[in-house]
Design a protein around this ligand. Structure first.
Ligand code: AKG
Length: 341
């Protein structure tokens, strides 16, 4: 059987040529420093004004932050990571039953990013799931390992509730009413990427995922505590974000940046990437909250009322999402394709 996946148990002594980046496009790991001042937002903070000020600052200057005391039970997080790990340890024949490189599939195990579009591969396998509404999508999720559906369902419910809460705060931190985001983003979709990055023989030559921003509204990332790999771009420098116990990394996606575009783009959709290492496999679980397909994404009225010209034209989320998946990750930023000229 053709094994398109990397998670086969076979170890490589050199990086296959299809993964090697040109010299000008390598991670330059030796010049990456650790981000020392990752904004940490304590969601149990009783002082809402303080929380909103912190959030605004984080979204403006970083486009990402970590949340602690977020209310997602530790057991649920632990179960999610364990079952993800078990999943990628399944025999390759079992995993290949779920393999697809068609991005329109709502459940698929795949590799790299968009193998049909890209010329250079990324050192990653990933399981992509749609998670909302759960009743619709859960039946198509993997039933091996046997506890997969139940554990992942629980995790999805908790993370969705957390995401909604954070979006409410984000709206308020922009001076919008608490339900603004909910109203404009509609019945939000929820997708998940369970990422598995096997040990890589030459991590300096490739990426797990190259620099990108997320096309959705908000991403909640659970990182493997043992192995780091996430890096974010700040002031033109890539910074490593060390995993923190009991925390999620939250990042602003393109749709929130766009809602904000005319307020001088204050809230950033953060550029981030995943790098790989030679010693240990790494897991991450990204949960994406996405506007409903027919949500019309345009700047908040209160923001355009000051007379500024919108930078980007309005679009439906379905239009944006399809455009995102018709490209590879290394091309010009998807939002640029919607710029008003
Ligand atoms: O693995 C990571 O830390 C980043 C994952 C990511 O950016 C993604 O799944 O879009």
């Amino acid at each position: 059987m053709e094994t398109k996946l990397l998670s086969t148990g076979v170890t490589f002594s050199t990086l296959p040529a299809s993964y090697v980046r040109p010299e000008s496009d390598r991670p330059r790991l030796s010049v990456v420093s650790t981000c020392q001042d990752v904004p940490i937002i304590d969601l149990a903070c009783p002082d809402r004004t303080h929380l909103l000020v912190q959030l605004r600052e984080a979204c403006k200057s970083y486009g990402f932050f970590q949340v602690i005391n977020h209310g997602v039970p530790e057991e649920v997080v632990k179960n999610m990571l364990e079952v993800a790990c078990e999943f990628f340890k399944l025999p390759v024949e079992e995993k290949m039953k779920l393999y697809s490189d068609d991005p329109s599939k709502t459940m698929r195990l795949s590799t790299s990013f968009n193998v049909k579009k890209e010329t250079i591969r990324n050192w990653r396998d990933y399981l992509r799931l749609h998670c909302h509404p759960l009743d619709k999508y859960l039946p198509e999720w993997p039933s091996n390992p046997p506890s997969f559906k139940e554990r992942v369902r629980k995790y999805c419910e908790e993370v969705r509730a957390l995401g909604m809460r954070i979006e409410e705060y984000i709206g308020e931190s922009l001076g919008l009413h608490a339900d603004y985001m909910k109203e404009v983003l509609g019945d939000q979709g929820q997708h998940m990427a369970v990422n598995y990055y096997p040990p890589c023989p030459q991590p300096q030559l490739t990426y797990g995922l190259p620099g990108h921003t997320d096309p959705n509204a908000l991403t909640i990332l659970l990182q493997d505590l043992q192995v780091s790999g996430l890096q974010v771009l700040k002031d033109h420098h890539w910074l490593a974000v060390s995993p923190q116990p009991h925390a999620f990394v939250v990042n602003i996606g393109d749709q929130i940046q766009w809602l904000q575009a005319v307020s001088n783009g204050v809230y950033k959709s953060v550029w981030h990437r995943a790098v790989v290492n030679a010693e240990k496999p790494r897991l991450s679980v990204a949960s994406f909250l996405c506007p409903s397909d027919d949500a019309l994404i345009s700047p908040a009225k209160q923001i355009t009322e000051n007379g500024s010209e919108p930078i980007y034209r309005g679009f439906t989320y379905a239009e944006y999402y399809n455009k995102f998946w018709s490209r590879n990750l290394d091309q010009e930023h998807c939002l640029e394709l919607f710029k008003n000229h």
